[in-house]
Design a protein around this ligand. Structure first.
Ligand code: ADP
Ligand code: MG
Length: 360
């Protein structure tokens, strides 16, 4: 048996706590990039350019044309729990930004080297380059030329975390594909944003993972991500139930799903995207429900879908895990029922009670 812990109780040092917690925020390549992408979108960017070198092992650079960072924020930018997004716990109910925990940049400092170049409307074309220490403290600051916006560069990801670095090296292809899938979700939901992801390998060749154009509709962005060949196979689903009060909130479902025909589906369930109040998230129960419905029509195939759910934000808790992918919905049974109804109409198209239309 393992020896019991000995010694008196003591409070862990701040550094130890910081490193323990930081390890849960940026757990892999995909979450590292996701946090930076979310920050760019939160800053109101209409252009976000993600560049990886060597699949992120050498560096991750995310450049945006968002509002930039004010000089007041330079010293505290990468400190744990410093955020410009919420003030009080109650704000969580109405938070409209992806981030709010003030943990991403501080955690990235713990697992990699972080530098930031930024300029605001007021400072451009003058900007500043900032370097941070592993504790998230500002180490150096120098003037550079920069248009409005922010570029964050993360170098040497997991260098001091050998287990994670080894895992990333060993499974780099898989990890990269997981990242692409995640960025695709933000690409679909972010209208008005030109989003791109490219990877430059050691050999110098560059591959584009994601690229969308701004001011396109959701379907166009979905096709940019899932392949234009999907177009004839997609149906539009739209369904809305009015709420009658607290116990029964309004629910709206809108999106596209491939028809339950063998030629329309995929051999894997990899292109299935949910958004709850504009947040890409995992929703395993809804996913299972859809896949089961689909399977009864097309036993060996999985549908491709991007489904946006809108529900009263007070009925949703997004703060279950540091990555906020898990969402707790107070009225989940009602929601799943609405989803089931909307989909049944797609899969049995004779009943045209719901607004189901084939995409032209
Ligand atoms: P959070 O997003 O939860 O606030 P982060 O650690 O991700 O925490 O970011 C800390 C703060 O840094 C943000 O609240 C924001 O003010 C600022 N920030 C980070 N990235 C950017 C960016 N790309 N553009 C403008 N401000 C940014
Ligand atoms: Mg953030």
């Amino acid at each position: 048996a393992a020896p019991a812990a000995s010694g008196a109780l003591h409070q862990m040092g701040k550094d130890t706590v910081q490193r323990l917690c930081a390890g849960q925020v940026v757990v892999d390549l995909a979450t590292s990039v996701k946090e930076l992408l979310e920050n760019s979108l939160d800053a109101g960017a209409t252009f976000v350019d993600i560049k990886l070198r060597d699949s992120g092992l050498t560096s991750i650079t995310v450049a945006d044309n968002g509002q930039g960072i004010d000089s007041d924020g330079f010293a505290t930018l990468c400190r744990r729990h410093w955020t410009s997004k919420i003030q009080r716990f109650e704000d969580l109910e109405s938070v409209a930004t992806f981030g709010f925990r003030g943990e991403a940049l501080s955690s990235l400092c713990t697992v990699a080297s972080v530098s930031v170049t930024t300029a605001t409307r007021e400072s451009a074309p003058m900007g500043v380059q900032l370097e941070y220490t592993g504790d998230g403290e500002l180490a150096s600051q120098s003037a550079v030329a920069r248009e409005r916006g922010t570029t964050v560069c993360v170098a040497g990801l997991f260098e001091k975390w050998p287990v994670r670095q080894q895992d990333l090296r060993k499974n780099v292809r898989r990890e990269y594909l997981r990242l692409v899938s995640l960025v695709e979700q933000y690409a679909i939901i972010s209208d008005g944003v030109r989003l791109s992801l490219a990877n430059q390998t050691k050999g110098g060749s560059s591959t584009v993972g994601v690229r969308t154009m701004p001011n396109t509709d959701r379907l166009t962005r979905m096709l940019a991500v899932c392949g234009a060949a999907l177009r004839p196979h997609l149906v539009h689903i739209e369904h809305r139930v009015e709420g009658t009060g607290d116990a029964d909130p309004g629910i709206a479902i809108e999106g596209h799903i491939s028809r339950p025909l063998p030629e329309a589906g995929r051999g894997a369930s990899d292109k299935q995207y949910f958004f709850v109040n504009g947040r890409p998230c995992d929703f395993p129960r809804a996913k299972r429900l859809i896949n089961e419905l689909y399977r009864s029509h097309s036993p060996t195939r999985f549908p491709v879908f991007a489904i946006a759910i809108t529900i009263d934000s007070a009925s949703v808790d997004v703060n279950l895990t540091p990555d906020k992918r898990t969402i707790l919905i107070r009225h989940e049974p009602q929601l799943l029922e609405v989803l089931r109804l909307a989909l049944t109409r797609v899969f049995e198209p004779d009943e045209s009670l719901f607004s189901v239309s084939r995409v032209q």
